[in-house]
Design a protein around this ligand. Structure first.
Ligand code: FES
Length: 655
């Protein structure tokens, strides 16, 4: 039997107010997994279970259907009120009980008639076929996949999936996968991805050498909390390289909505070859009255009008004195440089949402990683190697220095340039000597830090291989393959992915910074000056996203759990008065958590938690007595809207 403890056996046996005794209930699932929950004596086991996000089977949740019937191996309980059809006297005498009605009088062990998988939610796996393979440029491939069960795949514009590379094997019988953002709209049947071709990259090699139309291909997802929030305020979209893919998905969503929202897009790449989808952007610029856009190329030899980085094209008018949401998909230096550029302009944008590479480490030379290994066809004569002494750190929008080594590498149109004595730089960052390699993505340099034994430079957010985290297989996001340590999971354990409290950076509320399983970060930040408003607005936006992913897709059991949690908030409100503000905060948080949990997208749930709304509510409501008279009723009405299939009503209530 596998035993996991979720809430800690031996926790306090009384609630903080001393009014109710708490018992530990072991939920023993059919697959041998046992999970523990804490359950108050005045609480049903089903209620406690759902509040702790374990979805035991439920339907009526009222002692009428018998769906939840479970065998109680040990412990005393109050069986509650139910009908004979749900649980006969004989069954009761034999030790069966109904978790939706039973309340513990002691610690309990319950046999739950379901597997632990059923009680959890997971990202789905989809199998489809390749319907299009288009070489958009020397460095970029467009992949289109069709799946038969498209209706079962709900995603938000900006999210990604992990695509399994057909015929690959990670050595343990599992296909190697890479992460790619959807470039299509979430309302469209087709599934489109932009993939930067990296010589020797596992996905790149597959696409260029073996892939063919009609071939089967699978992916899991959707993942990620980098998606376009529904709001009316202006938007600044910044895309680096194939980081354009999620931005295109957002534009398609705006187009589908006939949006008149003010949007400015800046698209930056390394070389002219990397520029793709310009006609597509132009089409949206013609169709969307609020959309303007520009692009730049960092290669000094480019024929583009704008040479340099995206920061050079950000104008004060694009920032609306801070009343703007910035969405940025690119490498860490690009994210950091934009962040600094905006801060130096004295602007704290209402929302700063980013998806960036967090990890980059060079694989051992010649190692069979199935990833980027071949030499980029760069001339040794192209430019001299820069040294820290010879080249001071340039401004962010300075010309991109060309640094070349004999075994230079290319990542999705980005150059990875090993050198013995390269200086790395980025905008206003201090110069950091790199002794192994340097990477560029979309014209933005990545470098390997020597500052942290975990391989993580907390400032730059970049990695170098270390003894504990050696270089490993390349990873990708938004169509760009990057290197990540082979021992990625331990690193994640060592570096908390999400702060439990709302952290602050200066006067900015740094929201979630989720380190994805493939080594990149997704995060969002909001200015502290509008902290409460920004947090609740951010929560509503995330919740609307969760609604889009779950609406019409929740099972009867899931809806029952949702209603259970809505009902749980009711006892703590009486008219326009809180009966118990602390309990309301707890039950309210459990209610909001639940919808995110049902998306199967951990990033969304973590993003929501990292906003720290519950903590903020606890502070604000600590001594509160007054409340909005509909605050609990709204929860019930939201569930009713889900049950009735009334999408507009659910949206209106959440908003
Ligand atoms: Fe119906 Fe418990 S009896 S869910």
């Amino acid at each position: 039997m596998t035993v996991t403890t979720d809430n800690g056996v031996g926790a306090d046996l009384r609630t903080p107010d001393g009014e109710a005794t708490i018992h530990q209930v072991a939920l023993s699932f059919e697959d041998g997994v046992t999970r523990f929950i804490s359950c108050r004596e005045d609480q049903t086991v089903a209620d406690a279970s759902y509040r702790q996000r374990i979805n035991i089977p439920l339907d009526c949740r009222d002692g009428a259907c018998g769906t939840c019937k479970s065998f109680c191996e040990s412990g005393d309980f109050d069986g509650g009120v139910y009908i004979e059809d749900a649980l006969s006297d004989d069954e009761s005498a034999a030790g069966y009980a109904l978790p939706c009605c039973m309340k513990p009088k002691s610690d309990l062990v319950l046999q739950i008639p379901a597997t632990s998988d059923v009680a959890k939610t997971q990202a789905s796996r989809f199998t489809g076929t390749i319907v299009e393979l288009d070489r958009l440029s020397d460095s970029t491939m467009r992949l289109e996949i069709r799946i038969e069960n498209r209706g079962e795949l709900a995603f938000l514009p900006g999210q990604y999936v992990n695509i399994e590379i057909p015929g690959s094997d990670d050595g343990e019988g599992t296909p190697v996968s890479r992460s790619y953002s959807f470039a299509n709209g979430s309302h469209e049947d087709r599934l489109v991805f932009l993939i930067k071709l990296s010589p020797g990259g596992a996905m790149s090699t597959y696409l260029t050498d073996r892939a063919a139309r009609g071939e089967e291909i699978a992916f899991t997802g959707p993942h990620g909390s980098f998606f376009l929030r529904e709001a009316t305020r202006p938007v600044l979209l910044l895309a680096g390289g194939t980081g354009l893919a999620p931005i295109l998905s957002m534009l398609r969503k705006l187009h589908a909505d006939n949006s008149r929202r003010k949007v400015h897009l800046i698209y930056g790449v390394s070389t002219d070859t990397d520029l793709v989808a310009l006609d597509e952007i132009e089409f949206f610029a013609e169709q969307l009255p609020g959309l303007t856009w520009d692009h730049c190329v960092s290669d000094p030899a480019s024929s583009a009008v704008n040479k340099g980085y995206v920061m050079s094209l950000i104008e004060p008018a694009h920032l609306y004195d801070g009343d703007v949401a910035i969405y940025l998909c690119g490498p860490p230096p690009m994210v950091e440089s934009v962040r600094k550029h905006v801060a130096q302009a004295g602007i704290a944008p209402t929302g700063f949402y980013y998806e960036k590479f967090a990890l980059a480490a060079r694989p051992e030379a010649g190692a069979e990683t199935g990833t980027v290994q071949k030499t980029e066809a760069l001339s040794d004569e192209a430019a001299p190697v820069a040294t820290p002494e010879a080249r001071p750190a340039p401004a962010p929008d300075a010309d991109d220095p060309i640094i070349v080594a004999s075994d230079a590498r290319s990542i999705a149109g980005q150059q990875t340039l090993p050198a013995a004595d390269l200086a790395s730089w980025s905008g206003t960052r201090p110069v950091v000597a790199a002794d192994d390699s340097l990477t560029r993505i979309a014209g933005q340099p990545l470098w390997h830090s020597e500052s942290d034994d975990r391989g993580l430079d907390s400032d730059a957010g970049l990695l170098r291989p270390t003894a504990s985290h050696p270089a490993g297989p390349a990873r990708s996001i938004a169509g760009q393959e990057v290197f990540a340590p082979s021992s990625l999971e331990p690193l994640h354990e060592a570096v908390p992915a999400v702060a439990t409290e709302t952290p602050t950076v200066g006067d900015t509320v740094a929201g979630p910074a989720v380190v994805g399983s493939q080594g990149y970060q997704i995060g969002e930040e909001h200015p502290a000056i509008h902290e409460s408003d920004a947090l609740f607005e951010a929560r509503a936006a995330l919740e609307l996203g969760a609604l889009e992913l779950t609406f019409g897709r929740l099972s009867t059991q899931q809806l029952a759990g949702y209603r259970l949690l809505a009902d749980a908030t009711v006892p703590y409100v009486d008219g326009d008065r809180f009966v118990d503000a602390a309990e309301y905060t707890e039950t309210n948080a459990a209610f909001h958590d639940y919808l995110f949990a049902q998306t199967g997208n951990d990033h969304l749930l973590e993003a929501y938690k990292a906003l720290g709304v519950k903590g903020r509510m606890s502070e604000v409501l600590r001594n509160a007595t007054w409340c909005h008279p509909l605050c609990a009723q709204d929860h019930i009405d939201i569930v009713s809207a889900f049950e009735a299939g009334d999408h507009d009503a659910a949206r209106a209530l959440i908003t």
